[in-house]
Write a protein that binds this ligand. Sequence first.
Ligand SMILES: Cc1cc2nc3c(=O)[nH]c(=O)nc-3n(C[C@H](O)[C@H](O)[C@H](O)COP(=O)(O)OP(=O)(O)OC[C@H]3O[C@@H](n4cnc5c(N)ncnc54)[C@H](O)[C@@H]3O)c2cc1C
Length: 490
Amino acid sequence: MLTALPNSHRLARSRVATHNNSSGAGSPAVAEAAPEQQVVPLYSGQRAVVVGAGPAGSTAAMFLARQGFSVDVFERRPEPKQDAVDTGRAYIIILIPRGQAALKELGVPLPSQREFITKGTVRHDRKGKVGISREEGNVTFSRSSLAQYLIDQARQRYPSQITFHFDSACAGVNIEQRQVSFSAAGGGQVQRSYDLLVGADGAGSEVRRALQQHYPDMQVTIDDSGREYKVYGGVRGDIEPEEFKKDPGATLHLWSSDDPWTTVTAHSNPDGTYSGTFSLKTGGFADLRTAADYEALLRKKFVGVPDDWVPAIAQQAAAATPSPAGKRVRCSRLDGPGVLLLGDAAHAVTPVFGQGANSALESCKVLGSVLAEAGGDASRVPQLFTSARLADMYALNELDAKAYSFFRRRGLLDPDFLQLLSHVLLGTILSKLVPFLYGPKPALLKLGSTTPYSTIIAAVKRDSLMAAVGFAALGVWLSFKLAAKVMVGA
Ligand SMILES: Cc1cc2nc3c(=O)[nH]c(=O)nc-3n(C[C@H](O)[C@H](O)[C@H](O)COP(=O)(O)OP(=O)(O)OC[C@H]3O[C@@H](n4cnc5c(N)ncnc54)[C@H](O)[C@@H]3O)c2cc1C
């Protein structure tokens, strides 16, 4: 999916759903399911509780059920297809091979309709210049349709093992007694005992809070993307470039402005309309009160957003509430006695590289391997999970922070930008000159694949060091040459 240096457009992935109506959300036609890898259920008779029915929670539930667990999934919100607030806030998630690998292992099929298949991205720069990048092998969902799709798959595949409880918010965890309590929809509390508790309750995780209380030395760092977005929809127009007009499929349009925070995105919908997001620096929406304020800003900041879209976007944005566009979470451990964290609860990242949901699904796949390794002893699973996943999660966090720093346009001398740039430049040269030694492309361009994040960050650091040493050596050589010339002249 990543075909160039990280840039501001990646962050502008804050975009609204193509398929976010309730019926479409849960029922895409699916390709033939890959055969599920057969596993011996090692945990029959044991109970798992999953907190959160987002992409990570439902996928984790399937990995647990496949190994024999009886699983209860508790979700604070209503079921996505019945939740107007959830669908109204939904942005696009592109599932790349990294995330798809988890579903493949479970035998969960991907949607087969062309409109779910990502064709590519059209970038409209601040001067109105258009650039196109094609994508292959990726599938486009809205966050809510992906969540609903995985809930439906979990129910279908493990009807007697997985039970979903909606409108049930985790209210506390008693880690010593292995009990978790939920405030139920109609009032009152529900308690559950567990052999294994999975915290998949997003960046503001309650389960993580309980772990922090249990381990006062546990370190959790949360950075905010500093951005908010509002959604709009239902606009029409002939905006596809010739290259994308031929075949059906999902396209994404990104309009940038003269500041990195202010962007407009649009995503093609199967019914011929476009939906999208309008993003500003956090707090920026407070200065805009009326639709006329929005319209004035949109006209001032953007070239190429269709003229007749501007009043429609302005009106819808003026009536909407802003949502935060992502956080970055780093935890010094992902486990406690009988408890583990995964997905955004453990390792949220900003949307800059489009890795959040994909890394969440990859974590579920790692959980699947750890369950096999623990051989039926649920008490071993959490610690094994931290050992298997923590290094990659630190690496992902570091990559995201570097890319985000570049996105904020701190300037050409920003060390994070220079590190990423030198890795990509040197890596591109070496991959052409000595592909048998270096490999086919710079590691940063393999984020979409299943290459471990720790391998990618190690390659970024190694290449940038090599480039710095090479540059310094060149500088010394040139100085000697210059000095020699001066001396001869004298
Ligand atoms: C604007 C934007 C654009 C993005 N674009 C992409 C992209 O292109 N590609 C990509 O891979 N990722 C993207 N992401 C990130 C992606 O959305 C998340 O990484 C992904 O949803 C994480 O899944 P999750 O299940 O871990 O967490 P979540 O999706 O946050 O789900 C957590 C669930 O837990 C529930 N919950 C929370 N607290 C409780 C509680 N106390 N009790 C019970 N339930 C609770 C929540 O209601 C929620 O349903 C984007 C994010 C944003 C904000």
